[in-house]
Design a protein around this ligand. Structure first.
Ligand code: HH2
Length: 262
């Protein structure tokens, strides 16, 4: 799954694809590079991101979804029902709703649905995330949400541990280490680590028990290597899909991984 953010403030590609032509060209490039799905978003979910109004989000994503839908499977990354309805009617066939509030919308359109775990909302989720047993809590939450999505009428449901969404560096590492446990539920697992701040923290020599900001993290532009390592880790644990900004290198790694595993 290639990430295409039609936003001004996404933490990695914000501002690069705000313009329609550039966004569509990037989407087509990702297809040529090996993406099976392009995930189009019009509002950043990064910690502290400013909310975007539904009409503005629709203005950003709809033409891009329409233009790409004939070329590749399109996923819409939104938490707003209005935007989800618009994008699914315009040709998207997967709803990536990080808030888990839109399963009924996915059911209505007969689309797939991603159920992701998060603690808190973008404005406060990284303040002081706490869990008793992060792996068990996330797994149980996702099993319950997948069942709820099925009960609402969705037939294709992915579960995603929500790396970086209300998680410390240690929580992210524990969830990645325990991916086989999530895969063992039998639910197809989606993992999104690409360019995230825990990679910049560890890459700069930060402690796995530290907080992002303890040491100056590597900037998002310098997190490709860790992103790729974590994507390959997810593949080797049996993840069904990885959500990445860097499609060409990830597709090459996936091909190699597939052939070795076969
Ligand atoms: N991560 C981001 C956004 N959407 N969806 C799923 N299912 N899983 C994720 O891990 C995930 C997601 C954050 O990355 P990005 O879209 O690059 O940044 P931003 O939210 O700043 O636009």
């Amino acid at each position: 799954m290639g990430v295409l953010n039609v936003t001004s403030d996404s933490f990695f590609d914000g501002g690069r694809y705000l313009d329609f032509e550039t966004a569509v060209a990037r989407g087509l490039q990702m297809v040529a590079e090996g993406a099976d799905i392009v995930d189009v978003g019009g509002e950043s979910t990064r910690p502290g991101a400013v909310a975007v109004r539904a009409d503005e989000e629709l203005r950003r994503v709809l033409p891009v979804v329409e233009a790409l839908a004939g070329e590749v499977r399109v996923s819409i990354d939104t938490t707003k029902a209005e935007v989800a309805h618009g994008a699914l009617a315009a040709g998207a066939s997967l709803l990536n709703d990080v808030s888990f509030s839109l399963a009924a919308v996915a059911a209505e359109h007969g689309s797939g649905f991603v159920a992701m775990h998060r603690q808190g909302s973008p404005s406060d989720m990284q303040r002081d995330p706490r869990y008793g047993d992060v792996v068990r809590e996330v797994r149980e939450y996702l099993e319950e949400r997948a069942a709820a999505a099925r009960a609402a009428g969705v037939t294709e449901v992915y579960v995603d541990p929500g790396i970086g969404f209300g998680k410390t560096v240690r929580h992210n590492l524990e969830l990645l280490a325990a991916l086989p446990e999530l895969v063992a539920t039998g639910l197809p697992v989606l993992v999104g680590t690409s360019r995230k701040s825990f990679i910049g923290h560890l890459g700069a020599g930060g402690s796995p028990d530290g907080r992002v900001g303890d040491v100056a993290p590597l900037p998002a532009t310098d997190r490709l290597e860790g992103s790729l390592a974590s994507a390959v880790w997810a593949m080797s644990c049996g993840a069904a899909m990885v959500r990445v900004h860097d499609v060409a290198v990830s597709a090459q790694a996936a091909r190699l991984f597939r052939e070795v595993a076969a």
